[in-house]
Design a binder for this molecule. Sequence first.
Ligand code: SF4
Ligand code: SF4
Length: 430
Amino acid sequence: MNVYSFPHGGLVYDDPSAPQKNSAVNAFLPSLSVIPLGYNNKKAYPVVSPGEYVKEGMLIGRAAGSGTGTVNAHATVPGRIIKKISWNDCDNLNNEALVIKMEGTFEKLGRKEEVFPWNNMNGYDIQKVISEYGVIEMENYGKPLAEMISSARKEEKLTLVIRCIFDDPWLIADYALCKERLNAVIEGASIVAKSCLKVSRIIIAVSYTEKELGQMLLSEAKQITVPLSIILTSSRYPQRNKRELELALRIYEKKENLKLGSFLILGPAVLAAAYDAVVYKKPVLERYVAVGGSAVKKPQIMKVRIGTRIGELIEQCGGFSVKPERIVTGSPISGKEVMYLDEPVVKTCYAIAAMSASQTALNKPLNCINCGECRAVCPVGLDPQYIYKCIKAEQINNDLSTGCQGCGCCKIVCPSALPLLETIFGRNQG
Ligand code: SF4
Ligand code: SF4
């Protein structure tokens, strides 16, 4: 079978401090949950007040409306709302959350769940349910899935891509989810395809290093009526990025003489969340998270209630082996700095990495030695060394950094540990 790849740059990225391939363990239920009222500075309005009792899965924050980028928020444990809090994150964006003190009985956990058939639902009704239960992209900035479906409907021809590409060891929680919830991922894709109305093909894109997982997904997909194919991709970082995956898909399209149209690319976590919303009428209550890093005693993959505080999860991993120098949510390459251990696991948090000083000491910036490594790995063909120097010298031509994807390949290979990603991508964003 052919292996499809983006044409230029990239690298093999490994990090032995990430959790290894294993089944996910259940994180303890949090005695205090911090439930965020919004993502990426897009806030939902609280519909409950401090002192009120809430049930597991109950709506506690309502989205501002369709097309606003906001999603509904739900109580992930039963209990009493004790307060509303707000804090500024590392990007100085303000976050708001409701704090729940766990009390009473669970409505869903440990009970046999009622199944709601969706075959007779139309695409718009499915979208409404997905919106009602607060399903978001489960990574990046947390785009509401219902809004992604609305945009996808405007395309003339559409291919839904199930992205099971593991080019970064910190995506291991997605891998565990895929293996443990094959049916939810595949049926979730059928549900989203129906809601989009005109998906003409579903493609399962799998790293060639995980062929066995690809075969498992394919056998699970036998009932799907939409034409379906599987492609193997390289596992070179950043193959999973939208741009690099689309380049590989276009090569496949040409080779197979297909007309794929536009792509709606979704990972396993959002497809499983869509499945839970439509099949069980269940909001996003938990997610798979990889917890590890060189400062954590026992890295592991965990099934975590949204709102669990990061410090509690680390304690469950045996605590810190050494004082952490840096903690991020997401991959260390592109993750978001954690400022307080009381920050909660949010729907978009697929990993938590706590790094020791010895690991980050490797990253103290030195002078550029003109090795050219950054140029060799940039998938977009930029010259990061040159752009970095221009930005530092304030000799800026804005075109220079245009096209930077923020993949961080340049930063990973730079032997002088220069902050190429932050400087170049930061400028491109600004
Ligand atoms: S972060 Fe930007 S400049 Fe650096 S390798 Fe990626 S695309 Fe190229
Ligand atoms: S990789 Fe780092 S040291 Fe090498 S040329 Fe690029 S900026 Fe300079």
